[in-house]
Design a binder for this molecule. Structure first.
Ligand code: AMP
Length: 215
């Protein structure tokens, strides 16, 4: 199954994408994670993307399409994938369609959540740099404060989750990415899911959107 998760920053794409990919037995491909890794490693890609990611701007379509082309060519993506944070522009969606050829995106799950909820969630979001687990101090806290339940690493906050950068990211989302809702609606692939509830409630909605029994 080939799934795209759509929705503003903080709508839960990473949290639900991880769970969904594991349940479907396909890889989760998150362009933001790939870019952050490249930045941390100081690769050429990382150096090129650094300024844009820091400011909450989109990285160039050609760069991101290159990342996706390489990643989708790997064996584990042959039977499907969950995409988180890609596509983010109609040019990227066209590029994805071209890469897939006669295959298609089966479902686009649009996580719908009000802007004020997103700002609060991003402020409360903590990540594990060791294993990528995502926490929320209000709704999904780690068992021990500041420490990952899974691997014991110290949790960190994302630099671009600061309120001023969050505002820029939300503007970019409205301008560049929200048009994809209509794009995928026209293709009959879109399902809207109310993403304002608890993680378990939202995940149930995601499962329903995919026509699967909640796991
Ligand atoms: P995310 O983790 O999805 O919120 O992405 C973090 C940042 O990485 C974004 O604010 C962009 O700067 C960059 N980024 C991630 N995915 C894309 C994409 N598909 N197109 C352009 N920039 C991206």
């Amino acid at each position: 199954m080939r799934v795209v998760l759509l929705g503003p920053p903080g709508s839960g794409k990473g949290t639900h994408g991880k769970r969904l990919a594991a349940s479907l037995g396909v890889p989760l491909i998150a362009t933001g994670d790939i870019l952050r890794e490249a930045i941390a490693e100081g690769t050429r890609l990382g150096q090129a993307a650094q300024e844009d990611v820091k400011a909450g701007r989109l990285v160039a379509d050609a760069t991101v399409l290159g990342i996706i082309e390489t990643r989708l060519a790997q064996k584990d993506a042959a039977n499907g994938f969950v995409l988180d944070g890609f596509p983010r522009t109609t040019a990227q969606a066209d590029g994805l369609a071209a890469l897939l050829g006669n295959q298609r995106v089966d479902r686009v799950v649009n996580l719908v959540v009000p802007a004020e909820t997103v700002v609060r969630r991003l402020n409360d979001r903590w990540l594990c740099p060791g294993c990528g687990a995502i926490y929320n101090t209000a709704t999904l806290p780690p068992k021990a404060e500041g420490v990952c339940d899974v691997c014991g690493s110290r949790l960190v906050q994302r630099a671009d989750d600061r309120p001023e950068t969050v505002r820029a990211r939300l503007e970019v989302y409205e301008r560049e990415t929200a048009p994809l809702v209509v794009y995928y609606e026209r293709l009959g692939a879109l399902r809207n899911v109310d993403a304002s509830g608890s993680p378990d409630q939202v995940y149930e909605g995601v499962q329903r959107a995919l026509g699967k029994v909640a796991a």
